[in-house]
Design a protein around this ligand. Structure first.
Ligand code: ITT
Length: 206
């Protein structure tokens, strides 16, 4: 009989992130793992940690406890030079507790409005820490980053969050929101973090 591949819960409550994680992990893990969506009845996990790693661990551990399955989460922050690394760990709440993506982008553009397009204060990086927590307490952690710049105006309609204002240094001048999903994954913080996590997971498999 063919062995059933192990199942992993994707712990994020953000559907845009969940779709990306699924695409990146499906490509990296192929048929060696099944990816299970987060059950709707599990309450959203409060992000009380001071670091991306702590928050990623809190989310993965909560979903692992709730489902009895290994769970994978990520916490992501955008760090912008001209505003001392903000919004960082507060990226989802930058413009307030119930802020939308548009509110956060508007606040960021307004904070940087005094800086020319080429100003070094617009240098930025996305940082993702991906964490996989197993029911026996084992965990695997992997980080991914991408450096880039914050544009003067939003451009592009794909992606989510701060994608319309982030141009990766390794790209061709387009924002993440002007790229296809696969182009974004090939360069992105989340693509890098979860491909590394998948590699470590496959290496640690018995
Ligand atoms: P979970 O905690 O449930 O995973 P979240 O939306 O709170 O969902 P994060 O704390 O990791 O997730 O992300 C913080 C915010 O950063 C997120 O709400 C977006 O606004 C932004 N963000 C994260 N990943 C991004 C990406 O790939 N591109 C653009 N913006 C992103």
């Amino acid at each position: 009989m063919t062995p059933v591949p192990p199942a992993f819960v994707i712990a994020t409550a953000n559907p845009d992130k969940a779709a990306e994680v699924r695409e990146i992990l499906s490509a990296a893990l192929g048929s060696s793992a099944r990816l299970v969506p987060r059950p709707d009845e599990v309450p959203e996990v409060e992000e009380t940690g001071d670091t991306l790693e702590e928050n990623g661990r809190l989310k993965a551990a909560a979903l692992c406890r709730a489902t009895g399955l290994p769970a994978m989460a990520d916490d992501t922050g955008l760090e912008v030079k001209g505003i001392h690394g903000a919004p960082g760990v507060y990226s989802s709440r930058y413009a307030g507790e119930r802020a939308t993506y548009a509110d956060n982008v508007a606040k960021l553009l307004s904070e940087l409005s005094g800086l020319a397009a080429s100003d070094e204060g617009r240098q930025a990086r996305f940082r993702t820490v991906a964490v996989c927590v197993f029911p026996d307490g084992r965990e695997i952690v992997a980080e991914g980053t991408v450096s880039g710049r914050i544009t003067v105006e939003a451009r592009g309609a794909s992606g989510f969050g701060y994608d319309p204002v982030f141009v990766p240094d390794e790209g061709d001048g387009r924002t993440f929101a002007e790229m296809s999903r696969d182009e974004k994954h090939s360069l992105s913080h989340r693509g890098r973090a979860f491909r590394l996590l998948a590699e470590r997971l496959l290496d640690s498999a018995p």
